[in-house]
Design a protein around this ligand. Structure first.
Ligand code: ADP
Ligand code: MG
Length: 323
């Protein structure tokens, strides 16, 4: 299969977004956002850094690559509408598996009514999938990280640490409780777009998606907002079967694990019940895990341990440039 027939086989036959004027097939795509703010982000996935053939199928690699990008839209309160895919294909990948990566992306794109409007295809030494996503949000309604204020409730959706637990199970096969749940959370994460878009009526919110673990995400919010954040260890939401893992793994995964693609946010106290009601209606878990405080010399993010001790939580998720 050459580059041209490849592009032909992955392109959509019709587009769903009415703001699209030109999709795949010209030198560039064209769309008219109709009074919305345009929100865009990119996330790249490199074989053996972000995923490995023995823990992820090609379908799941595509699904997760797009999920991570959609999750960035959720973190901005934006609705995802378009995506572009740059792919570097290495010799040890079969064309049918590359097409399955696209099928994985498409299955998620179908759920969110997104259109694939472009990309680039090159050969190289290892598989790299680079997705650019474009979303819309009402004018000036993007949910920035610098919007946390003293007194806000800090909340997290879903349960934390599941993705790393799933990866652990995949790498250490054995008998586990809720294996399928944890593995699914690693391979096919659900970005929380519906939830964050449903919070639209709330005047002020800061949101961050949990790609690198809540320690890192909370630090980003606290730094950007010039505040400190207190998190209570006993409130961190976990799946009931999470307790089967050694305590030090639990601690590491739920705070520093990442790839859960849940949402960490802060909201004025008076709106916390609204957040909870919206989540309840969607059958989603949302938990208040902490409080925004004035900036403290002892650190941007402080964890109140179950034994009452207070520790600084550093921003130590996965860091690609640390050597
Ligand atoms: P150009 O030479 O103008 O860059 P290409 O031959 O690279 O054009 O691409 C032709 C069309 O196919 C463009 O619309 C481009 O966005 C799209 N395209 C190329 N590769 C991909 C890909 N991997 N995924 C999605 N669209 C692609
Ligand atoms: Mg090109």
């Amino acid at each position: 299969m050459d580059e041209f027939s490849f592009i032909e086989s992955i392109q959509q036959h019709y587009y769903r977004q009415s703001t699209l004027a030109k999709g795949v097939g010209d030198d560039a795509a064209v769309f008219s956002p109709m009074g919305n703010d345009v929100v865009t982000a990119k996330d790249m996935f490199v074989e053996n850094i972000h995923f490995a053939k023995h823990t992820m199928t090609p379908f799941q690699i595509g699904y997760k690559a797009l999920a991570a990008n959609i999750s960035d839209m959720a973190a901005m309160g934006a609705k995802p509408v378009f995506y572009l895919v740059g792919i570097t294909i290495s010799k040890d990948w079969l064309m049918e598996d590359i097409l399955k990566i696209y099928t994985g992306m498409k299955s998620l794109a179908d759920q969110f009514k997104m259109d694939l409007i472009g990309g680039d295809t090159v050969a190289g030494k290892e598989l790299v999938v680079s997705v650019t996503i474009i979303g819309y949000v009402d004018k000036e309604k993007a949910r920035y990280r610098n919007l946390a204020r003293e007194g806000d409730v800090v909340f997290a959706t879903g349960t934390l640490g599941d993705s790393q637990a799933g990866l652990h199970i995949l790498n250490n096969p054995g008998e586990y409780l809720a294996q399928e749940f944890f593995i699914r959370r690693h391979q096919l994460p659900t970005p929380r777009v519906e939830f964050s878009c449903a919070l639209e009526s709330i005047s002020r919110l800061s949101l961050n998606d949990i790609s690198d673990g809540i320690a890192s995400e909370a630090n980003e919010i606290a730094q950007a907002s010039g505040v400190s954040i207190e998190i209570y260890e006993d409130k961190l939401p976990i799946h009931p079967a999470f307790k089967q893992f050694p305590f030090e793994y639990q601690f590491k995964w739920k705070l520093f694990g990442g790839e859960d693609y849940e949402i960490l946010g802060t909201v004025p106290k008076k709106h916390w019940m609204t957040v909870k009601e919206i989540a309840d209606k969607m059958n989603m878990l949302v938990t208040d895990i902490g409080l925004v405080t004035p900036p403290k010399a002892s650190g941007h993010v402080l964890l109140k341990r179950i034994n009452g001790k207070i520790e600084q939580l550093e921003k130590k998720g996965y860091n690609h440039l640390s050597r």
